[in-house]
Design a protein around this ligand. Sequence first.
Ligand code: G16
Length: 543
Amino acid sequence: MIQTIKTTPFGDQKPGTSGLRNRVSVYQQTNYVENYLQAIFDSLEGFVGQTLVIGGDRRFYNDVAIQTAIRMAAANGFSKVMVGQNGLLSTPAASHVIRHYRAFGGLVLSASHNPGGPDGDFGIKYNVGNGGPAPEKITNAVYDRTQEIDSYKTIDAPDVALDQIGVQRSGDMVVEVIDPVADYAALMETLFDFAAIEDLFASGFTMTFDAMNAITGPYAHAILENRLGAPKGTVKNGAPLPDFGKGHPDPNLVYCKDMFDLLMTAAGPDFGAASDGDGDRNLIIGKYRFVTPSDSLALLAANAHLAPGYKAGIAGIARSMPTSAAADRVAEKLGIAMHETPTGWKFFGNLLDAGRVTICGEESAGTGSNHVREKDGLWAVLLWLNIVAARKQSVDEIVREHWAIYGRNYYTRHDYEEVDATIASKLVDDLRAQLPGLVGQNFGEDLQVAYANDFKYHDPVDGSISVKQGIRIGFANGSRIVLRLSGTGTVGATLRLYLERYEAADGRHDLDTQVALEPLIKLSEQFAGIKQRTGRQEPSVIT
Ligand code: G16
């Protein structure tokens, strides 16, 4: 019954920051999905007789890939697959299901915040038994395997009825179709003071949540409206659609501009939030106050003890290198460890497993904790609501008080998308070559370069080393310029320029961010010449 089908390698199956992302049309090539899945299975050991979790964000091609994955899991020796109803599982929910049911691992079928539909993107990511993205040791092995693969295994079996909750079979393997929301919602209830949040809504607190026609809709309806009593209609765009309603499910100030504009008016609600394609990112906007992801990490860490799940305090904080140092000041005050890792949630896994950190976050709109091993959009929203309920203050008041204690890290990211890949890599190489000569130089009265290097990470838990994780130029006053190439784009190269300036507790906290960072923006153009070399006048996205 097991079939071994001959195939030939594809040259481009190299996992990026978060799994293999590509255009749907690339994924639709004969054997493309099969080769990649077989390369994953071939890179793992000890899964025969074990359980595999499968779920995705409902984007176009999920249905095809999920049925393929089920048949191949059966052929490769898994004894059971657990899959969300209709193939749905948000990334954090998939992480929880893997952990909760002690599965061997899981496949998350998503390209996250990238657009979906036949002309959009698709992606496959493998998560290990701790519920987190596979570490580089595995992703490198998968890539090597894709380069030499000559066959894959499958079975001749009909499609599983993914709309029917309950137990079915694919060949000899058990397939359990589960409610995608129930286990996750139960977990959230253990972490947060649901009664206090219910009271908050009952007292007239208003909120809007944009699920962006992506995976978070069913979770947000169930938790915010059905359990916490937020009025129906609080959740917008709550039905996951294969093309996300032709939207771009990236919760930032570009794609959620309408929400931002609404929150900046007297008529707007008290709180606005959004999540991305697969439900792991978050956007937080209070009335008259956008909270940057870097600030959000710092604020959540400083106030986490107000939520029951964290009332004993947090063990440590981790952030990706380009994320602002706002959280570092919180860690210092709390007397706990702060870890700086490369971009990619997979780098937090070891620290979380070892109990060294409780809360992690990234500038790319991701925050999460040790409750799962992925970033978690709705978790961040619920923790914010818990904090607002406990402090009985607005988001704006909470943010301002934070800055008055810790100072403010002005922060922005400028993205240049779909840049010619050759120009982008030459630009990075040329900047790298300048680094040794920059140290000690003065650029304006308060911009003396303290260090200029390529970020290298030494994992304190398993000793692994990751090199070339972004160029950073740090100044004596705490300002920073960081430049790196994105590992999640699918066309050309995306250059990410991150800019940060620290303003002390007694300094000015009311400047416009782009104005506050203008000297650094100019200086980065002088160093890297992005506009000049790419011919672009402006970044594609400013966050
Ligand atoms: C992924 C990773 C994040 C990373 C982000 C951006 O998020 O999980 O750790 O910060 O990509 O990465 P890059 O700057 O390389 O494009 P997601 O939400 O896309 O899975």
